[in-house]
Write a protein that binds this ligand. Sequence first.
Ligand code: MN9
Length: 305
Amino acid sequence: MSASTFGGIYPALLTPLDSTHQLRPEMARQLMLHLLSTGAHGVYIAGSTGEGMRLTLETRKALVEALAPALPEDRHLIVHVGAPDVQDAIRLANHAAEHGAHAISSLPPVADADGVRAYYETLAKNSVLPLILYYFPKVSPDAFADPQSLIDICDLPNVLGVKFTDFNLYLMQRLVRRGKLVFNGYDEVLAAGLLMGAQGGIGSTYNAMPEIYLKIYRAAERGDWEEARQWQSRANDVLAVLLRYPFFPALRTMVERRGFDCGPMMSGEGFRSQAEKQQLIAELNKTLTDEVAELIGWHSTPAVR
Ligand code: MN9
């Protein structure tokens, strides 16, 4: 797979769990197929949004086995395999390859610059699938303290590109300039990331409103930056509300509203009260214009799942 074949909009898939934190494979499949039916180009699974690093290796493998067989031919599956022990990451990478995934990705380990480079070098060398680095300074502030180290690691063999979750779009553009596949990681700036040359986006709120991010992506493809800017503004009106609440419980509430109950989080994160959840829904009802509410199926009665 080359950089050019990987572009597009990739929801960072939520991982549906039951009350005992066991994977709900059928719900995961239905959520993926729903998102792909809106036009998403693929899914990115078991990353930050999917809480992959909190799941057991067995559950992470079960997630791949639940989704890969249901993936349409023309879509891509990117599997986050990051793990403290690079040998576990390699095991997950080989499993992903055996089950038809198209690429792997990994957050950096908690290590100094040499340790980070060694981790990625070992993983890339031992993975059949191409590797997409996961640059996320908010969760791994020390991993690439010197941005040049990120650029250098991108030049390693079998490193396809970067999932770039930062607001430093100058650094993002430097990676694009070197011909690397770059996915915009902060949903708040997808339009700007595409303008800087990112070939697509991976994001958590793409689970709830993929239609909006596809509007941005398609407008950018046409070079209609005013249209892209307007849809980005609509997305950010929703993000501004979500970010005032416990973010992932708020996101899960939006996804639940579309008929996909993803259950509890491994982190235990939740609303402070039922009233807070109701307040979120009331705020979203006020914030969503009729056009956006219609587009993202906010008022439609979800199919029973
Ligand atoms: O967490 C990103 N998520 C992923 C950072 O990379 C999976 C974004 O999608 C944020 O969740 C989003 C809200 O800040 O931009």
